[in-house]
Design a protein around this ligand. Structure first.
Ligand code: IPE
Ligand code: IPE
Ligand code: MG
Length: 242
């Protein structure tokens, strides 16, 4: 199986419920979720996946209790402190998307440092969405375009503004049982294959990831066109038309 240029994006949901079901505080679920991140990044590397985008904190997650939000950012900093070297050694290039201006300076600095240290990585682009809102990202790109006199307001230009060298999502996985996008990569997922699983993020392991990939490869991606077999019969039918 070849994964050439594949972009996988994951909505890592279900940490809180995973913990609550075990009689643990929600923070324990977030902590267990970090172990899943480590596993899935390693698996993505093993598979030669080109880009992995992980939804770590949405702009709407600021609505949560301060203690939970602080706990999530504490874990993010710990992850960056402990993992950056290993990521660099394995050829991972880490980048964050989302707003930086509302992050505590220590968090912003930790992200910047990890981005700098891993900048030469050429095996896997690991993109972490933090304080991220897809609708806000699209609105900002459109606003910048509207201000720029020499740009025509058209789809390819907005796409370039929005995505830069980022690629369309091929496979979008959401754990935790919900079947929604929660403002994640709306533009980039226009033709993504959607994969929803009831598995909570802390339980999402290599086998679950492989199952999602297997399902992805069994899908027929048509991008508005026709599958190979349908194309042949369509051409045949036209040939036989009087
Ligand atoms: C996802 O898990 C992690 C973040 C949103 C940061 P949740 O915390 O949303 O877990 P559930 O959905 O409440 O179980
Ligand atoms: C989406 O999960 C955000 C992340 C996984 C970071 P949420 O738990 O915040 O989404 P909703 O509220 O169920 O839509
Ligand atoms: Mg959730």
């Amino acid at each position: 199986m070849t994964h050439d240029g594949l972009h996988v994006a994951i909505i890592m949901d279900g940490n809180g419920r995973w913990a609550t079901r075990r009689g643990l505080p929600r923070a324990a679920g977030h902590r267990a979720g970090v172990a899943s991140i480590r596993r899935i990044v390693d698996r993505a590397l093993d598979h030669g996946i080109a880009r992995l985008t992980l939804y770590a904190f949405s702009s709407d997650n600021w609505r949560r209790p301060t203690a939970e939000v602080q706990g999530i950012f504490w874990l993010l900093r710990a992850f960056l402190r402990l993992e950056t070297n290993r990521l660099r050694q394995r050829g991972v290039r880490l980048q964050a998307i989302g707003r930086r201006d509302r992050l505590a300076p220590v968090v912003g600095d930790a992200i910047e440092k990890a981005e700098l240290l891993t900048a030469a990585g050429d095996c896997l682009d690991l993109c972490v969405a933090i304080d991220y809102s897809s609708r806000e990202t699209i609105a900002r790109a459109a606003a910048r375009m509207a201000l720029s006199a020499d740009e025509t307001m058209c789809q390819p230009v907005l796409s370039q503004r929005l995505m830069g060298d980022n690629s369309d999502v091929d496979l979008l996985i959401r754990t935790g049982g919900e079947k929604r996008l929660s403002d994640f990569l709306l533009w980039e997922s226009a033709y993504a294959e959607l994969y929803f699983t009831d598995c909570m993020w802390p339980d999402f392991d290599e086998a679950e990831f492989d199952a999602a990939l297997e399902e992805f490869y069994s899908r027929d991606r048509r991008f508005g066109g026709l599958s190979v077999t349908a194309r042949c019969s369509s051409i045949d039918a036209f040939d036989r038309c009087p």
